[in-house]
Design a protein around this ligand. Structure first.
Ligand SMILES: Cc1ncc(COP(=O)(O)O)c(C=O)c1O
Length: 347
């Protein structure tokens, strides 16, 4: 038996028991392998090392109140990975293979699935990367698809606690008409340096603007942005934003609550009018912002403008209500009227 403190889990790389793996070569996926070997042996010329031909997904598995096991909306992640793989020019698993390998990963790492009652889950990380050895900048139909997992608690260290954000005037996340809407590793590489600077200054998150004109809000480095204004749920419409499954889910939850959902370009100045503003995503669930600063140059002291939503650490009424509904469904405490939970057998 493992000795995991389920109440103290963060969001960390965690060595579990098995990896689930398949290799696409010569027009087909190899038989699925479930292995305790956590090392991949690849040719140093493999596309992934040089040209970042790599993408991934993130989704959670829950031990529910009645003891059943549910993966949350895996069909959506399968579809998003297919869209990303098409952009990278590598083969993607179809929905059935994707879900089968996620299921196997859970079943073969069951001792790492947090028991019900700890606000924790088993995070699945399906990854797909080009392994063909080549120098030329052309796609090639060869890839590894692997599913790994890690027990996960709160991404930011605590559940439902508001954080400080910053808009960095001198960094962009994704080019207009670029790769921002795909879940490729390269999008994240561009955020490591500004994240380090922001964290050193006490900010938790970076909020990126649209790169072209810098007039509109795109998303956080790790998650989508949404805001609450009266009875409205407002979230940016942008080609450079990752289509978040959590955001899509929350839009439906908000509509269920009788809220008006607006998906449209959101101007930066609108931050002054919002009652609540938050990050949403699989890892962060809903994490509200206490305040956000606009800094023309992240590395310098100057703050051009600051917007406050909540006293530090506090959380607004609507974010709390949305959080309780989505996590209630995930943990099987509330009725899953939309059929979002995909139940799997123990073995
Ligand atoms: C950049 C970015 N945006 C948004 C999201 C949220 O997407 P999802 O809700 O599908 O996890 C993520 C991942 O969690 C992300 O990395």
């Amino acid at each position: 038996m493992s000795e995991i403190n389920w109440d103290k889990l963060g969001f960390d790389a965690y060595r579990t028991r098995t990896v689930v793996l398949s290799h696409y070569k010569d027009g087909k996926w190899s038989p699925v392998e479930t292995t305790e070997n956590f090392s991949f042996t690849l040719d140093p010329f493999a596309q992934v090392f040089h040209y970042a031909i790599s993408c991934f997904e993130g989704l959670k598995t829950f031990r529910q109140k009645d003891g059943r096991i549910a993966i949350f909306r895996p069909d959506q992640n399968a579809a998003r990975m297919q869209r990303t793989a098409k952009f990278l020019g590598i083969p993607a698993p179809d929905k059935d293979l994707f879900i089968k390998m996620c299921t196997l990963c859970v079943q073969n790492n069951l001792e790492f699935l947090p028991p019900y009652g700890h606000q924790a889950s088993l995070y699945l990380r399906p990854m797909l990367f080009g392994v063909h050895p080549q120098m030329q900048l052309v796609p090639y139909p060869e890839a590894y698809f692997a599913v790994i997992c890690a027990p996960a608690g709160s991404y930011y260290g605590e559940h439902l606690k508001s954080f400080a954000g910053v808009i960095p005037g001198n960094y962009d996340r994704a080019a207009p008409k670029g790769s921002g809407s795909y879940k490729i590793g390269a999008n994240y590489a561009a955020t490591f340096k500004p994240y380090k600077t922001a964290h050193d200054q006490g900010y938790t998150e970076l909020l990126y603007l649209n790169s072209g004109t810098r007039e509109f809000i795109d998303e956080f480095g790790s998650s989508n942005f949404f805001a609450i204004k009266g009875n409205k749920y407002i979230t940016p419409l942008s080609d450079s934003v990752l289509p978040s499954i959590t955001n899509k889910t929350l839009q439906e939850v908000a509509a269920d609550f009788g809220m008006e959902v607006e998906k449209r370009p959101v101007r930066v100045e609108e931050l002054a009018d919002f009652d609540e503003a938050a990050a949403c995503g699989t890892a962060v669930v809903i994490t509200p912002m206490s305040h956000i600063d606009i800094k023309p140059v992240l590395e310098e002291d100057k703050v051009e403008k600051s917007y406050r939503f909540m006293p530090d650490g506090e959380v607004g009424e609507v974010c709390t209500k949305l959080y309780k509904r989505i996590t209630g469904i995930q943990f099987g405490e509330l009725e899953d009227t939309h059929g979002w939970c995909y139940h799997i057998e123990e073995k």
